[in-house]
Ligand binder design. Structure first.
Ligand code: CA
Length: 350
């Protein structure tokens, strides 16, 4: 018993040391975070066994699951879809699970019990579930559950990777919520390894695309730039596979090649903000749409107070500041009619 208490004290002490390096002045707050910490599940795959770990009041609780409790094999997801009657899209949730749930409920994408309620519709999350906010893991599990429920009803959920998903995969932890630094320490793994190749969510995440096309519309986090199109053949599946393969590479290794600048640079698909800088004319937008064989491009990443439309309703920006945890919107495309769904669930046509 004394040994157990000593171990606990030591582990809390070492946790505080970590916080001491990260946020020097907030040790008292961090102490209360640890003892009240509840998070999970994290499901690890070890020797074909599924081990579920939860953090309950600051302690790790592990249990073995049935081997078939979760899929452990995820093929690269298809990224081109046709004949979809209704689509809803939002982005940049950044751990603001409660607000995202409120928006999804009020807009009838999910019911009061958080189950799929959008029938054969497709929900698109246009990147950046990770970082900043405190409920990233919950949002991932909700997305995971909804994807399975939607598919069973003839609908679908697509989680497109944003720059923050790639940042975590490349071990850039600058924007990780301090809660998750504690979780990472308690589970004795780097934060990216909580979603490593030996985890259920990690394998699922590795199947995700960077660019998605539904009907005549393209969805991606940052945008397609002229510079990107000048360097890459616009083949959606090929680009997605290239991005997936880069997940296992180190940032330092990639930075020595042109690849990094093309795919991860400021004109690449996950970081581009060019549509919002007012320096593209209508003809340039027409050329981008022509080269990508699209009618509209829907992006996240660049934040506004609401969902915005640019260039005569050809470009839509869906990052509506959900990351602040206060307000946000969801874009609806129903039979090619575009409207904003507000947090309260009303619709405003474009
Ligand atoms: Ca972003």
């Amino acid at each position: 018993m004394i040994k157990k208490i000593l171990t606990l004290i030591l582990s809390i002490a070492s946790l505080l040391t970590v916080f001491g390096q990260e946020v020097k002045s907030e040790q008292v707050i961090n102490d209360s975070i640890i003892t009240k910490l509840n998070d999970g599940p994290y499901i690890f795959i070890k020797d074909n066994q599924l081990i579920e770990k939860n953090i309950i009041d600051g302690k790790v609780v592990s249990k073995k699951l049935q081997n078939n409790a979760y899929d452990t094999i995820y093929k690269p997801e298809k990224s081109v879809f046709n004949n979809v009657m209704k689509v809803a899209a939002l982005s940049d949730i950044h751990g603001q699970y409660d607000l995202a749930v409120e928006i999804l409920k009020n807009n009838k994408i999910i019911d009061k019990d958080l189950n799929w309620n959008f029938g054969k519709g497709h929900l698109v999350i246009v990147g950046d579930i990770f970082d900043r906010g405190p409920k990233v893991n919950q949002m991932l599990w909700l997305t995971y559950k909804l994807e399975h429920q939607a598919k069973a009803k003839g609908g679908d959920v697509h989680f497109i990777f944003g720059n923050h998903e790639y940042m975590i995969f490349l071990k850039d932890f600058r924007y990780v919520n301090e809660k998750y630094l504690a979780v990472s320490k308690l589970l004795n793994r780097d934060y990216n390894e909580l979603y490593g190749e030996d985890t259920v969510l990690g394998r699922w995440l590795r199947s995700k695309p960077t660019i998605l096309k539904i009907n005549d519309n393209i969805y991606l986090h940052g945008g397609i730039s002229e510079e990107f199109l000048a360097q890459v053949d616009f083949d959606i599946e090929a680009i997605n596979n290239t991005m997936r393969q880069s997940n296992g590479r180190s940032k330092e290794d990639m930075k020595t090649t042109d690849f990094y600048k093309t795919y991860y640079g400021s004109t690449g698909p996950i970081w581009y903000r060019g549509y919002f800088k007012n320096d593209l004319d209508d003809e340039q937008i027409s050329n981008i749409l022509k080269q990508t064989n699209a009618m509209h491009i829907i992006v996240g990443h660049t934040t506004h107070d609401s969902i915005v439309s640019l260039y005569d309703n050809r470009i839509f920006g869906v990052d509506s500041r959900i990351k602040k945890g206060e307000n946000g919107e969801i874009l609806f495309i129903i039979n090619n009619n575009f409207s904003r769904g507000t947090k309260e669930g009303s619709r405003i046509k474009f």
